[in-house]
Design a protein around this ligand. Structure first.
Ligand code: TTP
Length: 671
C-alpha cells in the first residue's frame, strides 16, 4: 500500500540535528589532548569505575558501550581515557554540557525556526530558507557543490554499480526533473551541511543531521549515519524506511504501546501497520492513538517545530540503584534538598537571564516495596504550585514525597507495627514546569523573586520554621513533620527482609533522569496535583480583611501567586469555564505588553475590560491585605502594573474580599 504524499503546497523542510557523543566532545574540547583517543565520560563513583554515560566513536570501535562500567570499559579497551562528569552537591553537574548545547542552539537558530529538543538535539524548520534558495539559487544552477553536501546519505537514491558516490549525490541534488518536494529537500541538504560546518567552526563540535519533510522522519534519519554525517529521507523512500523499522525503535512506541502492537496485532515493523484500517486501529487504541498510528505507518506527522530555544522545564534527578537505594526519610530529604538546590539555582538563572518563571513543581520517584503482592505499583508523581526560593522548594518537594509515599504504601503501610512493609527509593527527581515569560517592566518583581532564595531558617529541632501553612502536603507545621518522621521510623526499620532488588547491573547514572531529556516533560496525566494549603483555605482567606502583616517576616514566603497573576494577566479572554478550570493557560504569542505608559486611554480602557474578562474580578475589589503582604517596592510596581490609570487607595482596606478571586493568588498569612 503506497504511503500518502502531502500536497506540494504543504511541503516542509525539517532537520533534526544531534550532536555526536556529546559529553565526550565537550570534554575533548576542554582537554584537546584527548581528541582522537578512545574516550568515555563516566559518572563519578567508586563502584567498578563508575557508569559510562557517553562513549567516543573510537571507543565504540573497541567494543565499549554506554551500558558498561569504567572497569569493564578498561577491560574492553585498555587505552580508554575515562573522564569524570563534574560533580556538585554529590551529583553530576551538567552545567558545562548545558551551556555547550546552548552554544550550538544559538548558531542553528539563525537559520530558521529552532526547537531545542534536549541537551544536544535541535529541530529546525528550514522551509522558508529552502524556499528562498529555490527561488534565488536552485541547486541545479550551482556550479560548485560543497564536499560536505556530497557526503550526504540520500535514502533510496539509485546508484548503478561503479558509480561514484559523490557524483550520484550531485546528480540527485541537481536533477532538473525533480519534483518540488525533492528540490526543496535538496536545498535543505545544502543548508544543513553549511550549518553543520558552521557549528564545527564555531564550537569545535561535530553533529549529525536528518533532513526530511517532517520531524518524525528527520529524527529517524539523524541517527542513521553517525558521526558527522547527514541523512536525507525523500518521500519516495519513506515506505521502505518504515517497512524495515522495528516498532520499538519508533519514538513513543518503545513502551507498552509498542509491546501491545507486537503481541496483540502481530506487528513487528512500523510498515506492518499499513495492513490495518484507521477504524481498526482506533478500535484497539482509541480515536487519537488509532489515527496517530495510521499516520505514522505512512510517514505522516503534523507535529510542528516549536520556536523554542529554551527548555520547556527544568529538572534535577538522581538514581540510587541496587544497594544504594534510599531507605529512610532522612536520606530522601537529604537528596531532595540537593536536587531542590540545583533546581532553584537553575530557576534563578532562567529568571535572571531569560526573564522566565515556572509555576509547577513536580516530584517523580521510582521505588519498590518488600514483600508485597503489589510490588509493581508505581510510585505516584505529585505536583504543586511552585514557590521560589531554595527552602520552599525543598519543603514542598519533601512534602510531595511524603504525600506520594503515603499513597504508595497504602493504609497498611502506615500502620504502626507493620514492620514487614518497607520501601526503597531507587530514583528521585524534582522538576519545574509551566514556564512563562515575565512581561517587561517588572524588574523589581524579578529582584523580589531572586531575593527569595535565602537560606533556610531552622529551629534547633531541624524544623523549617516558616510558611508551613503553604506547604503542599495536607500536613502542616513542625509538629506534624515530626510525627511523620516518627511514623517513618516504623517504615524504615530494616526488618531483615530479603529484597528482590531491581537490576544490580544497572549503572548508577543519576543524570539519566535529566541529562538526555534535559527538557523534562511532566507526564501530567500521571501526576497528582496537590493543592497548597492556601488553596484549601481559600474560602476563609477571602473573608479576612485589613490585617497588619510584617513584611520583613514575609520575605521568605513563597509566591506562586505572582506567577499565577502573570499567567492570567497575559491570557487572552477565556470562557468562564476555562478561566476556572485552567488558570495556567498562557502563551507568549498571546502576550500583550501592558507596561508601556504611552498607551492611550482608549487602549487602557480596553485593557481594563479585558482584565476583567480574563480574571473574572474587578481590580478595585482586590483585598488590600493581599498587597500589604508584599514589600512596598513590589506593591508599587504591581499596582501600576495592574492598574496603570488609577492608583489603588492603599490606605483603605476593602471589607469583603469574597468577590475577589485575586485573594486566591495572594494568600493572607494564617497566623
Ligand atoms: P545521546 O545523544 O543519546 O548520545 P551521545 O551524544 O553521547 O552519542 P550519539 O553520537 O550516539 O548521539 O546523549 C547525549 C548526551 O546525553 C550524552 O553525551 C550523555 C548524556 N546521556 C546520559 O547522561 N545518559 C543517558 O542515558 C543518555 C542516553 C545520554
Amino acid at each position: 500500500m503506497p504511503v500518502a504524499r502531502p500536497e506540494t503546497s504543504d511541503v516542509r523542510v525539517i532537520a533534526h540535528v544531534d550532536m555526536d557523543c556529546f559529553y565526550v566532545q565537550v570534554e575533548q574540547r576542554k582537554q584537546p589532548e584527548l581528541r582522537g583517543l578512545p574516550t568515555a565520560v563516566v559518572q563519578y563513583n567508586e563502584w567498578q569505575g563508575g557508569g559510562l554515560i557517553a562513549v567516543s566513536y573510537e571507543a565504540r570501535k573497541c567494543g565499549v558501550k554506554r551500558s558498561m562500567r569504567g572497569d569493564e570499559a578498561k577491560a574492553a579497551c585498555p587505552e580508554i581515557q575515562l573522564v569524570q562528569v563534574p560533580v556538585a552537591r554529590g551529583k553530576a553537574d551538567l552545567n558545562l554540557y548545558r551551556s555547550a548545547g546552548s552554544e550550538v542552539v544559538s548558531i542553528l537558530a539563525q537559520s530558521g525556526k529552532c526547537e531545542r529538543a534536549s541537551i544536544d538535539e535541535v529541530y529546525l524548520d528550514l522551509t522558508d530558507a529552502a524556499e528562498s534558495m529555490l527561488a534565488d539559487a536552485p541547486p541545479e544552477s550551482l556550479e560548485l557543490i560543497d564536499e560536505e553536501v556530497l557526503k550526504s546519505h540520500i535514502l533510496g537514491m539509485s546508484r548503478k554499480d561503479g558509480d561514484d558516490f559523490k557524483e550520484s549525490v550531485r546528480d540527485w541534488i541537481c536533477r532538473k526533473d525533480a519534483d518540488r518536494r525533492d528540490k526543496l529537500l535538496s536545498c535543505g541538504i545544502i543548508i544543513v551541511a553549511e550549518l553543520r560546518k558552521q557549528v564545527l567552526k564555531e564550537t569545535e563540535f561535530t553533529c549529525s543531521a536528518g533532513i526530511a519533510h517532517n520531524k518524525m522522519l528527520a529524527k529517524l534519519a539523524s541517527g542513521m549515519n553517525k558521526p558527522a554525517q547527514q541523512t536525507v529521507v525523500p518521500y519516495s523512500a519513506v515506505q521502505e524506511l518504515l517497512s524495515s523499522l522495528p516498532v520499538k525503535k519508533m519514538k513513543q512506541l518503545g513502551g507498552k504501546l509498542g509491546t501491545s502492537l507486537q503481541t496483540d496485532l502481530g506487528v513487528d515493523t512500523v510498515g506492518d501497520l499499513l495492513q490495518f484500517s484507521e477504524t481498526k486501529l482506533q478500535e484497539h487504541y482509541g480515536i487519537n492513538t488509532g489515527t496517530w498510528l495510521w499516520n505514522i505507518a505512512r510517514g505522516i506527522s503534523g507535529e510542528e517545530v516549536q520556536g523554542r530555544l529554551l527548555p520547556k522545564s527544568h529538572g534535577s534527578g538522581k538514581t540510587f540503584p541496587g544497594p544504594r537505594a534510599l531507605k529512610s526519610l532522612s536520606t530522601v530529604q537529604h537528596w531532595l534538598n540537593q536536587l531542590s538546590e540545583e533546581l532553584s539555582e537553575r530557576l534563578s538563572s532562567d529568571l535572571e537571564l531569560n526573564k522566565r518563571i515556572a509555576s509547577t513543581l513536580t516530584l517523580h520517584a521510582s521505588a519498590f516495596k518488600s514483600r508485597d503482592s503489589d510490588s509493581h505499583k508505581k510510585f505516584p508523581s505529585k505536583s504543586c504550585p511552585l514557590r521560589y526560593g531554595v527552602t520552599k522548594i525543598q519543603e514542598d518537594a519533601f512534602n510531595l514525597f511524603q504525600a506520594a509515599l503515603r499513597e504508595y504504601m497504602g493504609p497498611f503501610g502506615s500502620k504502626p507495627g507493620n514492620k514487614q512493609e518497607t520501601w526503597r527509593i531507587t530514583g528521585l527527581s524534582v522538576s519545574a514546569s509551566k514556564i512563562v515569560d515575565i512581561p517587561s517592566g517588572t524588574s523589581s518583581i524579578m529582584r523580589y523573586f531572586q531575593s527569595q532564595s535565602t537560606a533556610p531558617s531552622r529551629s534547633a529541632d531541624g524544623c523549617v520554621q516558616d510558611h508551613v501553612e503553604m506547604t503542599p502536603s495536607a500536613t502542616e507545621g513542625c509538629s506534624v513533620q515530626r510525627s511523620t518522621e516518627a511514623q517513618a521510623i516504623i517504615h524504615e526499620e530494616d526488618t531483615g527482609v530479603t529484597y528482590t532488588l531491581p537490576n544490580f547491573e544497572n549503572p548508577d547514572k543519576d543524570i539519566d533522569l535529566v541529562s538526555k531529556e534535559d527538557v523534562v516533560s511532566c507526564p501530567s496525566s500521571e501526576v497528582t496535583v496537590i493543592p497548597t494549603q492556601l488553596e484549601s483555605n481559600r474560602s476563609t482567606q477571602t473573608k479576612r480583611t485589613g490585617r497588619k502583616i510584617n513584611n520583613q517576616n514575609e520575605k521568605n514566603r513563597g509566591m506562586p501567586s505572582i506567577v499565577d497573576i502573570f499567567k492570567n494577566y497575559n491570557a487572552t479572554p477565556l470562557s468562564k469555564q476555562e478561566t476556572q478550570e485552567d488558570s495556567t493557560v498562557s502563551s507568549t504569542s498571546r502576550r500583550a505588553n501592558f507596561s508601556s505608559s504611552s498607551h492611550s486611554n482608549k487602549v487602557n480602557q480596553e485593557v481594563e475590560e479585558r482584565r476583567e474578562t480574563d480574571w473574572g474580578y474587578k481590580i478595585d475589589e482586590i483585598d488590600q491585605s493581599v498587597f500589604d503582604e508584599l514589600p512596598a517596592e513590589i506593591q508599587r510596581e504591581l499596582r501600576s502594573f495592574l492598574h496603570p490609570n488609577k492608583r489603588l487607595n492603599t490606605s483603605k482596606s476593602k471589607g469583603d474580599g469574597s468577590t475577589s478571586s485575586i485573594a486566591h493568588y495572594f494568600p493572607p498569612l494564617n497566623r
